[in-house]
Design a protein. Structure first.
Length: 260
């Protein structure tokens, strides 16, 4: 006995299979992790440098290149994009300061964890500008911000070079924590009392370099120089035992996993 299937039934059977075949699949996710050492001032205004971690994580899908991230920017990631401007959280920290760290008997500043946000956009294909602000919830308890611009030259993920100016700003709480001289500080150190206000902390320049050596392994390096200005640069502590020059350098290896 022969059985016939009505044309409508054949269409009903075929449609789900066709829809399943046409459903686009998401490109595989790639993750790149950089880790290595960096040298930076022990504390803001200090003349001595100390080692710390240089760490960065980036993600991309398929063959899309990893989004540019300046090596000296705070940890964060875009959450919202509107009118060509990206917004997201920004996290930062500064280690505590003891008198033994700076070689002069000044007040201690506790470990500072900073929470805030950023906004960034591209003025041209190779020029990114960014502004961020972070409020400390411990330690110096102040508000700190940064304005930056970067010129970016790259060949996909094969190599990338960036360079651009930096301006750091902070409120009075921040400046008084790191650069102020209280009456007790003055009595212990012999330095004149100093009560700074908020404003520009420093101006500088930062440069970064990335190169992929193999499909999985790469290197990253950066250098940054800041010059303390305003009340930060006038601080008796900076003049006597610190430095207006604030250099930082870092070098890291990267590993990319995921993808195909």
């Amino acid at each position: 006995m022969l059985y016939r299937v009505a044309p409508l039934a054949l269409i009903a059977i075929a449609l789900p299979a066709t829809a399943q075949e046409q459903k686009p699949e998401r490109e595989p996710l790639r993750t790149r992790i950089y880790i290595g050492p960096q040298l930076s001032p022990k504390t803001p205004g200090a003349k001595d440098l100390s080692f710390g971690p240089f760490f960065e994580v980036s993600r991309a899908r398929g063959d899309d290149p990893f989004e540019f991230e300046a090596p000296d920017e705070s940890f964060g990631f875009p959450l919202v994009k509107a009118g060509g401007v990206e917004f997201g959280p920004a996290l930062g920290f500064k280690g505590k300061r003891k008198a033994t760290d700076i070689g002069i008997p000044l007040h201690e500043v506790g470990f500072s964890f900073e929470i805030g946000g950023f906004a960034q956009t591209y003025l041209a294909r190779n020029i990114r500008v960014r502004a961020e602000a972070r409020q400390a919830v411990s330690g110096h308890d102040g508000l700190v911000g940064e304005l930056s611009a970067d010129y970016i030259a790259r060949d996909g993920d094969k190599w990338l070079v960036s360079i651009g100016p930096r301006v750091t700003l902070a409120d009075a709480k921040y400046h008084r924590a790191w650069y102020g001289i209280t009456a007790a500080d003055s009595a212990a150190s012999g330095l004149a009392q100093f009560r700074p206000d908020g404003g520009i902390e420093g101006v500088g320049l930062a440069a970064g370099y990335l190169r992929q050596l193999t499909k999985r392994i790469g290197i990253s390096a950066y250098a940054r120089y800041d010059h303390l200005v305003g009340d930060a640069g006038r601080s008796p502590y900076v003049r006597a035992a610190g430095s207006r020059s604030q250099p930082s350098v870092g070098l890291a290896l990267s590993y990319t996993f995921g993808g195909q």
